[in-house]
Write a protein that binds this ligand. Sequence first.
Ligand code: BG6
Length: 479
Amino acid sequence: KNEKMEFPKGFLWGGATAANQLEGGFHEGNKGLNIADVLPGGKERLKLLQSPGFNFEMDTEKYSYPNHEAIDFYHRYKEDIALFAEMGFKVYRMSIAWTRIFPNGTELEPNEAGLAFYDRVFDELHKYGIEPVVTMSHYEMPVNLVKEYGGWRSREVVTFFERYAKVILNRYKNKVKYWLTFNEINSGLEMPIMGLGFAIQKEEDKYQPTFQAFHHQFVASSLAVKACHEIIPEAKIGCMILYIPTYSFDCNPENVLYAQQEARFFNTFCADVQVKGKYPSFIQRYFREHSIKLEMKPGDLELIKSYPVDFISFSYYMSRTEMKDKPSGDTVEGNILGGVKNPFLKASDWGWEIDPIGLRITLNEFYDRYQKPLFVVENGLGAKDKVEEDGSINDDYRIEYIREHIIQMREAIEDGVELMGYTPWGCIDLVSASTGEMSKRYGFIYVDKNDDGSGTLERKRKKSFNWYKDVIASNGSEI
Ligand code: BG6
């Protein structure tokens, strides 16, 4: 036992999921269609997400839609929460599906069946002393808002979101004290379909609509922070950033500068606005060079300034290595932002470069910049698991991945970083966001479901289940 490894008292150990990736029940309880419901399964999904012109229509002849049933948490949440409790979770990060509460996004009154479902989930969590950490919007915008309003391009969506936020804050004010606004808000820079609710059309310039949509989300985020503090004074509300530390391939200043500028743009533009309460100076040059002119209402900038978030949550899976002029053929396909191969790192089966030290670098960079509490709300290894004849699943690779990242979190705490907690992604196997696959598994809990939709949905404890249980029980000292 290494005494040094114990984490601060009250550290929030847990796991993370999102409604659209595990609930299923996509038509039940009067739920409306959301973006994830119309995304097909398999590699086609990634292509759609990255190519222009997606129309948000389903084509059941051609594709399957894995989020419709997902892992059926909608009916099995009691069993699943009991397993989370068995691992000793202190918190459980989940999201509310906007379309369960406002099926079309535009209704004046919320849908009681949807509200009641989350009451049951929160009550079940509290039965075991697990605090929910709730994302208000995790790639789950109502399709109706996409089709009728062009997603977050439209200012009107701010009003719809504010109504939704106020309804859930009021309803769950005695049940939820940790809130997150938009999941991986900055992912909209690369994949506007999921985060911003619109596809870039071939003929149009992506810059103006993307940043206008971000502006609307920043306003909506500040309105949510304001409402949260008014309705639940003791609650904390954070932003959620997809963070990918970006290294220069070598010490050529051209490459160092390129890596620095890419990193600043992707990792900190949104966080700067949500945490510091103002647009960063560096973005003005970008706006000028791309002829971006934001439409704002009087009072927007004051609102953003007055209601920054209380903490910063983020996902961390990989790092990225960059050079200004990339040689052809030496790029990393899997990494969300590409980049060149890092000779010091191995990659997951999906090509994501595994870099535990990058998490320590991230934590230090974030804390230096903002001096606000941090929360690692996603991290993990997507891998294929094998069920042995005796039913066991020996996922030592996953244990190793998570162990190495926990060690680096502890180092960062020693460095002086204020870290609230750790909720590894997909604590129970669920549908992958980028590829819609079940076979890209992250869980401590195995779910018997395959890419073709077959399977009994039975849950099994993987080897990592008991390992993580011991980690939590020892507050990070038994790893
Ligand atoms: C994050 C998302 O990008 O990464 C999750 O917030 C997602 O929704 C996770 O599932 C892992 O990505 P993927 O594509 O492997 O599911």
